[in-house]
Every structure is written in structure tokens, then in C-alpha cells.
Design a binder for this molecule. Sequence first.
Ligand SMILES: [Zn+2]
Length: 406
Amino acid sequence: MTKIRKAYKVRLKTNDESDTKLVCILGCSRFLWNKSLAMNLERLEKGQNLLWYQEQAWWLKLWKSSEEYCFLKECPSQVLQQKLMDLERAFKDCFDRNQPLKRLPVFKKKGRSDGIRFPQGFRVEGRRMFLPKIGWLGFYHSRAIEGRVKNITITQKAGRWYASIQVELEIEIGRHPSESQIGIDAGIKCFAAFSDGTLVEGPGSFRRHEDFLAREQRKLSRKQKGSENWKKQKRKISSLHHRIADVRMDFLHKLSTEVCKNQARVYVERLNIRGMSASAKGTEETPGRNVRAKSGLNKSILDQGWFEFRRLLDYKLDWMGGRLEQVDARHTSQRCSKCGHTEKGNRKSQAEFVCLSCGIEQHADVNAAMNILTVGLTGMACGSNRNSGRKQEPAGNRDEVLPMAS
Ligand SMILES: [Zn+2]
């Protein structure tokens, strides 16, 4: 059995009362962070030793019993302690020689990404959760929460409250039930193309959301920067971004689960991460990536989705006993999947592939996916996503699955 950690991200159903309580707790923990941080920064400046968790906790106790800071009692103690631990971690990371980033912790501002973590005292039952000093809160979620809940982190974004429920699960990784293998290519006209001929469109409501977003962004550009109307429009756009992200994540989860159930091995093109962000033009060997810009769907949204999709495929396949393999996919968009003839002219248009040698006609993306499968089957795969050195960075606010650290 392998222990894994997984986090469910859910939106909370709050009312005025619970809103007020949450805002209060968020405020208290932000206050504590800032106060303890200020204290430590001052000590640093004076050349004194930093106060670590134990000392800070002692100060916390003192503040709580003082008249000035007694409002801290409104906040569950454990939430405050978690904040102090976070601060200690931030300082330790800052002075850790092995960490690439050496930045001092910063003050937290109201409304900036900030969370409160409940390490215990909570309960999760069906689609509701109990939080100390707050009470029961319902939440929106389509799937059941599985596993032992380890902690719950509450955040506020664009006026909505979210909870990230981290659970620990034990799973058995056996043999994949199927022996099927498939090649998948990032489509140009669509989200993805499979070597079996399937073309996957993006989420249905995507285009509509995108049009809407573009319209709202135009409206923003006409407003005076910094004005009340501008701020209002800005909030509207931010919540629209969240909705699009939700729709995308839901789509990616469903699609990746479906693929992982049916395929033991999935081949995808090895991506050049640096190249993708640096050059929109593409190179002679890997043309076509830039073509997406013209396809109508927002390139960055598609590419982001594609990264996420691969990441989901990678770990879901792992759990199922399958495997994601990356292949060197040069010329896959120009090579005929039937006869192997490789020529630029084979590709008549974005969607059309007509081999100049054998004359076969097929969808250009499917042709590329078939080539990827062929490269994979002939043993030219270059390892899984995970071994490519790419760090599995958390997706942040979406359902997130990580292998256990310890
Ligand atoms: Zn051909």
C-alpha cells in the first residue's frame, strides 16, 4: 500500500454570520503574522537572534491575555499556532542554503492570498464541515471526500470562500487492468487528438466564457484606471477568471480519469518547457505550436490546460499501474503516419493532412497523435514526465494530489 496525500478544493456555502466569523479569524491570523514578523525583522536589524516558534507562542499567550490584543481570543488557538509555524518555516526557508529563493517573509495585506489552516477540531460529513468557532458550513462538491482528513485550509478569493481539504489515502498500485496504449497530441483546432481518431474539443462552455471575458476586458480598458467603476469591473473579471479555471479543471479531471482507466500506457510529446514560454514562433523542428494563436481559442488557456492535463495523466496513471511516456516528437506534424513520408507540404492546412507520397487523407492532429504512438511503441520514449526533471508544482487552488513527502 502506498500512502498518498490529496487535497479537495471546494467552495463553501456561507452566510452573513459565517462570513463575519471567517473575516474575523482571517484578520486575527493576519495580525499575528504581521506582528510576529515585525518583531523578528526588528531583531534581525539589531543583530539579535530570531524568535522561533516556541518563543513566539509564548508571546502569543501574553498578547491574548492583554487588554490591547485580547481580540486574538476570537480566533481558534490552533489556527494562530499554524500561522506562527508558517512564519517559522518562511524564515527557515529564507536562511536555508539549499533553497533557491532567499526572500524574507513579507507582511500580509488584506485581500491578498492568505489562508487559515485548521490542523484539528474539524469534522467533515458528506457535503458539510464543522470548523471550530465557526460551526457547520456546507460546501459544493460533486465527488465524495475520500480518505482521512489531515487539515483544512480556508481561503477567500474574489469574494468567495474556499476550503482545501487535505486527506491521506492508502492505495494499492497493481497492474493496470488494460493493455491498451495510445498516443495523444495537443490539437491545434481542438484540445487534444488521440491516435485512435478521437478529437477532444475543449470544455463546451469555453468559447462562450472566453468571448465574455474579452468583452469585459474591453470594457475595463475604457474605464478610468483606479476609479470605482474600474475596480468593480476588475472584480468582475477576476471572478470570471476563476469560473473559467473551475470549468477547465473539471473538464481536465474528467478527461484524464477516462483516459487512465482505459489506457495502460499513454504517449505524449516531450515538451520543451523553456521553449514554450520563450518562443511563440516555434522552430523549424517544432512548428505548429504557435499556430494555436490563430485558432480562436486562447493559446495560453489551451497550453495551461495541456500542462495540467499531462500532470493529471501522469499521477493518475501511476496510481492505476499505468505509465505516461514522453516521446521525441520532431516532425510528427509533417510525417505521414501510414508510409512515413515526411514533407512540409503534407500538411495542407491546420486540420488537413494529405500525404504527397501515398495520398492518404486524415485529420492532421490525429496523424500527429498516431506518429507519437508509433515513436512510443518503437521504444524511442524518453521517460515519464516525472523523470524529466520537471518539478510537480502544485496547481495551487485546484484539487491537488501529491505523493507523500515522508
Ligand atoms: Zn503517406
